[in-house]
Design a protein around this ligand. Structure first.
Ligand code: F6P
Length: 469
């Protein structure tokens, strides 16, 4: 069995030691790694991924050309890391996957100016093809006769078709962790490119999506552009949260320390009682809608002064894709707005927005545990695991304010307070409703949210796909 994804289960950091530096392995971020990590070393799978930066390339150099990373770094998982030429990698990952395909599926373009599919785009597309070919070649080399290969995400849409040509004997699955664009939006891509993406994916025996909505959108694209699914099967697998792992991890000492530190930062309400917390945890990702979340919080403080001094917005926005200027600008805007809110409303004993930007999983879990309200308001999101994780970990039960454009809405919509992510005033009202929800109702709903969120644990999610394949 083989798994292929751009980001692997680990990424390295090179720390100076006076010599050639020491490599430290860190767990990769994002929903894809969270889901696939449950495969575990016993399944005997080989996970093929790309070197993401200089430290990863150094690891490839030190460890047999990346053919297998050391088991102590990967938790025993067999990992093959591909060193794709830095300029090819960057054009494929930054220039196409994250700037074009991600934008199409999350509908992020500001269309009067973007996109413009010019000669530079075509040049990058050739790199995207080369990068996909590098994966297909490595998989063809690794796969035993009749092996099952599960390819992940928008980075690798061409791999199924390429691998099919190299190795007609293997069974190929592809899973999309993102939404799929509606057909009219998808057709922004030049016709030949749109068709190449679809035909690349249709090289798989079976395609998986997180919700019926994304699967149907893909099918509509195929009906419009390739004359149908050409025998490829489609399935829906709604990745759930890993309750066992999260609950155990959330009760370790480092999380407790961070809870104490957070409580200190949040402070006490003027009457000496605990302040309410609105928690959000995201990569600083354009689709996560962090800025409108802050605008909604500001609106809440404006419209309902009774909440001043009595609520704190705990916002963790971890850096992501900082090679792209638009992500750096978005990150700066998040900071600017948080500072503006703090300057406008803050008092000596109250910081309205507690913003942290350094990635710290233990601190995220600490925030989940103390959350009264979780704010998950993406513009569009394949699933959004934070929406599923908070109710599972929360100590006293939390109210969930959830965008109807998140894949998780399909499973959690009944017990969440649902918002249109563009509607700032509506989101402010939803925050108020969540903050004022009576304790017993909040606890009840949170329990039901946690049950729905864990209906399909990651290990089963993966096994189901494999069985169907
Ligand atoms: O899980 C969803 C996802 O978008 C993956 O496709 C992606 O690998 C991950 O989140 C994080 O993004 P990146 O790998 O660009 O940091």
């Amino acid at each position: 069995m083989l798994v292929a994804s751009n980001r692997g289960p680990v990424s390295y950091e090179l720390r100076p030691d006076g010599g050639e530096g020491t490599l430290h392995a860190r767990r990769g971020g994002g929903g894809l790694v969270s889901g696939l990590s449950a495969i575990g070393p016993d399944a005997g799978a080989v996970w093929v991924c790309a070197a993401l930066g200089d430290a990863d390339r150094e690891a490839v150099r030190r460890f047999e050309g990346g053919r297998r990373l050391p088991a102590e770094d990967t938790g025993g998982q067999q990992v093959r890391m591909l060193d794709i030429a830095p300029d090819v990698f960057s054009d494929a990952y930054n220039g196409i996957a994250n700037s074009v395909l991600w934008f199409v599926h999350h509908m992020l373009y500001q269309t009067p100016l973007e996109p413009a599919f010019d000669a530079e785009f075509r040049r990058r597309w050739a790199s995207y093809e080369a990068y996909n070919r590098a994966f297909a070649e490595a998989l063809a080399e690794e796969a035993a006769e009749g092996a099952a290969v599960v390819v992940q995400d928008y980075h690798l849409t061409l791999v199924p078709g390429m691998l099919r040509d190299f190795r007609p004997d293997v069974r190929i699955g592809h899973f999309s962790h993102t939404p799929w664009a509606p057909v009219d939006y998808f057709r922004m891509l030049p016709d030949d490119i749109a068709e190449q993406v679809l035909r690349g994916m249709l090289g798989a025996d079976r395609l998986g999506f997180l919700t019926r909505r994304w699967a149907d959108a893909f099918t509509s694209c195929c009906e419009a552009l390739t004359g149908g699914l050409a025998g490829t099967r489609i399935g829906v697998h709604g990745l759930g949260a890993d309750a066992e792992f999260l609950r155990e991890r959330a009760h370790r000492a480092d999380v407790k320390e961070r809870m104490a530190a957070l409580r200190e930062e949040i402070g006490m309400a003027p009457d000496g009682g605990a302040r309410r917390t609105i928690v959000r945890v995201d990569r600083t990702e354009l689709s996560k809608n962090i800025v409108r979340g802050l605008l909604a919080y500001r609106q809440l403080l404006d419209d309902r002064p009774e909440w001043r001094e009595r609520v704190v917005h705990v916002a963790f926005a971890y850096p992501s894709r900082q090679d792209l200027a638009v992500y750096r600008e978005y990150t700066a805007e998040v900071r600017r707005l948080a500072e503006e809110i703090n300057a406008r409303y803050g008092t000596p004993g109250w910081t309205p927005v507690v913003l942290h930007v350094e990635d710290d999983f233990a601190r995220s879990l600490a925030a989940y545990r103390i959350a009264d309200v979780a704010l998950v308001n993406p513009i569009r999101d394949g699933m959004n695991l934070v929406a599923k994780e908070v109710p599972v970990v929360s100590d006293a039960g939390c109210a969930l304010v959830l965008s109807r454009e998140a894949g998780a809405y399909a499973e959690l919509g009944d017990d969440a307070i649902v918002v249109n992510p563009y509607d700032v005033v509506g989101t402010a009202d939803a925050l108020h409703e969540a903050l004022t929800m009576a304790g017993p109702e909040r606890a009840e709903r949170s329990k039901r949210l946690a049950a729905a969120a864990t209906a399909l644990p990651p290990a089963q999610w993966f096994l189901d796909q494999l069985n169907e394949l």
